[in-house]
Design a protein around this ligand. Structure first.
Ligand code: 2RA
Length: 354
């Protein structure tokens, strides 16, 4: 018998990608239950080729569930993940509620799959999308050269802020389409876009906004702290130096990160390329002469982290500069969650066979 899966937040931006993804991955699940907030209850959704009716979030809906995936806001996960566990479901949570909890592993299957078993609370956390796409490509370089420091700048797509983020960018682009005077004087774009900024602190159209998340101590954003803390936890390097600047750009899907990585050993660009060519979850796209770089317009809808622009620092023989792009809704969220859940499904099947 195959394990029963629940997807909580099944109708949101990530939940929708999850349903698509489950149709194309190896089928390791028995029953699948779709669960969402009141306004989606009763809707029909296609998942793994089946029309399923969306169910309400109640304690009873988890009865008989073996694995629950949560793609909901932090406060919903904080309340409901322990309820799912108390009903017998191992829970994979994609919110920020448990990521830094000592008793909750933060798992990236290409890097630390063994941590899945280390789950005293019955909860496994999925990293933030900005960290995930980046860390899959940095980990093989760490294994090769021994990482000491990361200096990061992100270029984050609006879908990281959910469907409202996507709708906001498209609405703004529609409003300003064809106005060739825009952007030449400050203030013009703000006026043309109007007051509806959606989840962003400034217009996204024709702009870049050096802000994602909420304000934390010292002027850092919560998103920047996530990149630091999660990188340390996933790589098992509690003293890793990390300095990040998170920036939102007018891209619909595909988070990118410019990385300056300092290592313990001397590096060379070809050696780094070789390590990345052989790494799981990574695709090397590094041929500037032919105009081949990692870019969101190509990476969207794909599974791997796209890596390129690999250069050895001109001032430090132990440092590399590179550019990484990945689909923030796939590896950044749904895919990594699905991969963790599949490790749990394999455990379940092995247990049932014993
Ligand atoms: C963002 N990383 O891009 C966040 C979403 N989890 O806004």
């Amino acid at each position: 018998q195959l394990p029963t899966l629940a997807i909580v937040g099944a109708t949101g931006a990530v939940g929708t990608v999850m349903c698509d993804l489950l149709s194309s991955r190896k089928n390791v699940w028995g029953e699948i239950r779709l669960i969402a907030s009141e306004r989606s209850v009763g809707q029909q959704r296609l998942c793994r080729g089946e029309q399923l009716t969306v169910r309400a979030l109640t304690p009873e809906v988890f009865d008989g569930v073996d694995v629950a995936m949560f793609d909901v806001p932090d406060e919903v996960s904080a309340e409901w993940a322990p309820i799912a566990v108390s009903r017998g479901a191992v829970t994979v949570d994609n919110s920020g509620a448990f990521r830094m909890d000592r008793d909750v592993p933060l798992v990236v299957p290409e890097i630390n799959p063994e941590q899945v078993r280390n789950r005293p609370k019955g909860i496994i956390a999925n990293a933030n999308c900005t960290t995930l796409g980046m860390i899959v490509a940095v980990a093989p370089l760490h294994r090769e050269y021994g990482l000491r420091e990361l200096v990061l700048a992100s270029y984050q797509a609006v879908s990281g802020a959910g469907q409202l983020g996507v709708d906001t960018l498209h609405d703004q682009l529609t409003k300003i389409a064809g106005d060739r005077g825009l952007g030449s004087r400050s203030g013009n774009v703000r006026q043309a876009v109007g007051d509806d900024l959606g989840p962003f602190p400034a217009p996204m159209a024709l702009n870049v906004v050096p802000w994602a998340g909420s304000l934390a101590d010292g002027g850092w954003s919560s998103e920047e702290l996530k990149m630091r803390n999660e990188s340390r936890k996933i790589l098992g390097l509690p003293d890793l130096k990390v300095s990040a600047t998170c920036v939102r750009v007018p891209v619909v899907t595909g988070h990118s990160v410019a990385v300056h990585a300092v290592f313990g050993a001397e590096v060379d660009a070809e050696g780094a390329r070789e390590a990345l060519r052989n790494a799981p979850g990574v695709i090397l796209v590094d041929d500037p002469e032919r105009g081949e770089f990692p870019m969101p317009i190509d990476a969207v809808g794909t599974d791997p982290s796209w890596v390129g622009r690999i250069r050895r620092s001109m001032d430090d023989p132990r440092a590399l500069d590179l550019f990484i792009t990945g689909d923030n809704l796939r590896k950044g969220a749904a895919l990594n969650t699905a991969q963790i859940a599949e490790l749990l499904a394999a455990e379940y099947v092995a247990g049932a066979a014993r």
